[in-house]
Design a protein around this ligand. Structure first.
Ligand code: PMT
Length: 218
């Protein structure tokens, strides 16, 4: 019997795109590789998987339900619509914290007399925190991409967002993390921690889901 058989996992992956105008957007370097590896590993472990993905060039692993989105708002809507039925929620997406306050309906034009341009940004909903705040939340696992004070910031997110577990990702090391084939994570949960050293993302995904399965049993 596989450790996750019969469980329904929802995984968010990839970046979000926040439109500035019809041809421009704000985004980040997430490739979706970590989230897609988690989806693949979860399927291999017998889980049912819903993958909510921002724009990436990967193809979804066979057998998962893929929901494609672009902006953080769309990701939030898709997650909230489908998460009620899930046992585990994993927020691996690099969601933009802010979106452009007023999206222009037409392509913005360069103004001849102006050398600078100011974009006003407003906060996006925090998808992971919204899931954790549900009345009957699934087991929630967040990621924390940090460039400094990695463990402290990650533990802060674990507590503040009321998560079951957080995977700290030191993204100051360019050999791992964003858009790399490899990653390294440190897991924190209430009463425990575990370092998963550098490995390919699929191996790490299996290790991570092994720990999630153990915690689910408790
Ligand atoms: O996609 P890859 O190229 O494989 O790279 C993998 C990765 C580096 C993107 C991944 O391992 C990772 O660290 N993902 C989280 C990136 C991130 O946005 O971290 P954060 O510390 O800003 O966010 C904390 C958590 O809150 C994350 O689980 C994030 O999904 C979630 N969040 C953040 C903001 C927001 N508005 N809504 C959210 O749900």
């Amino acid at each position: 019997n596989s450790p996750l058989s019969g469980k329904h996992l929802m995984i968010t992956a990839g970046p979000t795109r926040e439109a500035i105008d019809p041809v421009r957007y704000l985004s980040n370097h997430s490739s979706g590789k970590m989230g897609y590896a988690l989806a693949q590993a979860a399927l291999a472990l017998g889980a049912k998987v819903t993958l909510v993905s921002g724009p990436v060039t990967l193809s979804a692993p066979r057998g998962c339900q893929l929901i494609k989105v672009s902006s953080a708002q769309q990701m939030q809507d898709a997650v909230m619509q489908h998460v009620q039925a899930c046992d585990v929620f994993i927020g691996c997406a690099a969601v933009a914290d802010f979106r452009v306050a007023e999206q222009a309906e037409q392509k913005l034009k360069k103004q001849q007399d102006e050398d600078e341009m100011i974009l006003r940004l407003v906060k996006n909903p925090d998808i992971l925190a919204s899931v954790a705040a549900l009345e009957n939340p699934p087991f929630t696992l967040g990621f924390a991409a940090e460039t400094q004070n990695v463990a402290d910031y990650a533990k802060g997110k674990l507590a503040r967002k009321r998560l079951n577990m957080i995977a700290a990702n030191d993204v100051s090391d360019h050999k791992i993390g964003f858009n790399s084939e490899h990653n390294a994570l440190t897991l924190f949960w209430n009463g425990g921690e575990l370092a998963l050293p550098v490995n390919d993302k699929l191996t790490l995904a299996h290790q991570l889901l092994g720990v999630v399965a153990q915690q689910l049993e408790k």
